[in-house]
Ligand binder design. Structure first.
Ligand SMILES: [Mg+2]
Length: 380
């Protein structure tokens, strides 16, 4: 069996798909979305296609090593996202070739279902804002029975903010707890836009509503700053969606900088590298909660690893039908869990007519530029 063709699709903002077809007609899908960089990963996949066409698709590890090492410069978000999409598609082909779901090729499932959370929160405390939030909560609970939700402090945050600004977020967090009760987990993504001092201050303000974790309290580059936050906060701290490959997680592990890690199956190096990062994390008693704010192809890729590693805690998803008009998974969310699919490969059917409707680069890039009141660049 040889790789015959590699195609790419860009059907929606935040959704780039890689399709690998073999000379005997097997098709593998992967997701190589790199948010906010619509053209870059597609260019990288194009370059890598020249190497892959004509090769045996089952030599997944060999191709991973070639792509990662052979062009001298290693890593980085563009190469690693391209590699991730290709790796997922190769695993999809392997599953279909052997007639089993991918998790069976990763050592077999260690659980029957995969716990998942959805994006939900109160971002606006006006009556209107609360009504919208309530509607979304009812929808998520009714459609998927979700028992865990993630939100975050909206907008721009300077190095410090006056009490009114902080109190607004704190009030929203406590209101969320009041609405969902003590059986439900609530977590907050600070999106790497705080300083360590401000993150610690806000975490202390919300500790009484018992969050499951706070994510990316500070940006990802300095894990010592992350450890400073974790050491001063009495509940779990998480990070990792912007750390790529085992090598970028290494120091975080060694200094035990946080409680949980969130590698992304479409950025960190695909199914292959997500599994290896999870296995490394096990040594440090850290659980994985794979990051996934993109489509169902990427979510399915994470789910196969979640099924096969012991130190898995919960899987991120945006919601029950996010981007599913393009790609339909062979699973649904029920009672807050994904039941493991039994179909071979990734378990994804892509609607190619939908996938072929190209989004515009401008659609993806629009609106994501943040500036403070003084005109300086802010994190979003
Ligand atoms: Mg995040």
């Amino acid at each position: 069996m040889k790789i015959a063709k590699i195609e790419q699709f860009f059907p929606r903002p935040r959704m780039r798909l890689v399709k690998i077809t073999t000379d005997n007609g097997l098709v593998g899908w992967g997701e190589s979305t790199l948010e906010g960089k619509p053209k870059s990963t597609m260019g990288a996949v194009d370059e890598l296609s020249e190497y892959l066409v004509g090769k045996d698709p089952l030599l997944i590890e060999h191709h991973w090593q070639h792509i990662y090492r052979s062009a001298f410069f290693r890593g980085g978000a563009i190469l690693m996202s391209a590699l991730s999409g290709i790796d997922q598609a190769l695993w999809d082909i392997a599953g279909k070739h052997y007639g089993v779901p991918i998790y069976k090729l990763l050592g077999g499932p260690v659980r029957d279902r995969v716990r998942v959370y959805a994006h939900w929160g109160i971002r606006d405390l006006s009556d209107e804002g609360k009504a919208t939030a309530k509607e979304r909560l009812d929808y998520l609970q009714k459609t998927g029975g979700y028992m865990a939700f993630k939100s975050g402090p909206a907008g721009k945050w300077r190095a410090h903010e006056p009490p009114a600004r902080i109190d607004q977020f704190v009030e929203a967090a406590y209101t969320m707890r009041e609405w969902v009760g003590p059986e439900v987990e609530l977590c907050f993504d600070f999106h790497g836009k705080m300083t360590p001092a401000l993150a610690i201050e806000i975490c202390h303000e919300i500790k009484g509503m018992r969050p499951m974790f706070v994510e990316e309290p500070v940006p990802q580059e300095n894990v010592d700053a992350l450890k400073l936050v974790a050491d001063h906060v009495p509940f779990p701290i998480a990070t990792g969606e912007r750390l790529l490959s085992r090598w970028e997680f290494r120091r975080l592990f060694e200094i035990q900088a946080c409680a949980y890690i969130q590698p992304d199956g479409s950025h960190a190096g695909g199914i292959s590298e997500l599994k290896r990062i999870a296995n490394m994390a096990e040594v440090y008693y850290m659980h994985i909660m794979p990051h996934c704010a993109i489509g169902p192809v990427a979510l399915s890729a994470c789910m196969h690893v979640d099924a096969a590693v012991p130190n898995f805690l919960i899987q991120e998803s945006v919601g029950p039908d996010w981007l599913m008009d393009v790609a339909q998974p062979a699973w649904r969310v029920k009672d807050g869990y994904i039941e493991l699919p039994t179909v071979p490969g990734l378990g994804i059917e892509v609607d190619e007519a939908e996938a072929a409707k190209m989004a515009t680069y401008r659609e993806e890039l629009g609106g994501e530029h943040f500036y403070d009141d003084d005109g300086s660049v802010a994190d979003w």
